[in-house]
Write a protein that binds this ligand. Structure first.
Ligand code: SF4
Ligand code: SF4
Length: 104
């Protein structure tokens, strides 16, 4: 399980670095974020949610039944818009209302 950061989209804000609970993210010589310890990422998705540039992709590995699909997220007001791309290139969208996420 790991994430990948698109350096072209990264605006060097450093927010992902601050929120990663495992201190796995750092900046490179170009001031762009990167993951230093890929194998240690447990997929909490905190960095994805913090990145306002949607520069981070989360890969769904076999360990969680994802078979290599990928996931991104974008904040739209009170909603999280999750985009999940499966290996057959199909895209699924899941919209989460943050105001109701702790309702049940
Ligand atoms: S939160 Fe996004 S834009 Fe900011 S440093 Fe991390 S990857 Fe780059
Ligand atoms: S998904 Fe969680 S553990 Fe993995 S790099 Fe992002 S913040 Fe760190």
């Amino acid at each position: 399980m790991s994430i990948r950061i698109d350096k072209d989209k990264c605006i060097s804000c450093g927010k992902c670095i601050k929120v990663c609970p495992g201190s796995l993210l750092y900046k490179n010589e170009d001031n762009k974020a990167y993951i230093k310890y890929e194998d240690s990422c447990w997929g909490c998705t905190a960095c994805l949610k913090e990145c306002g540039s949607s520069a981070i992709t989360y890969f769904l590995g076999n360990d969680i039944g994802g078979a290599g699909g990928a996931m991104k997220v974008k904040r739209e007001g009170q909603y999280w818009q999750w985009e999940i791309k499966s290996t057959d290139n199909k895209t699924h969208t899941v919209k989460i209302n943050t105001k109701e996420s702790n309702k049940y």
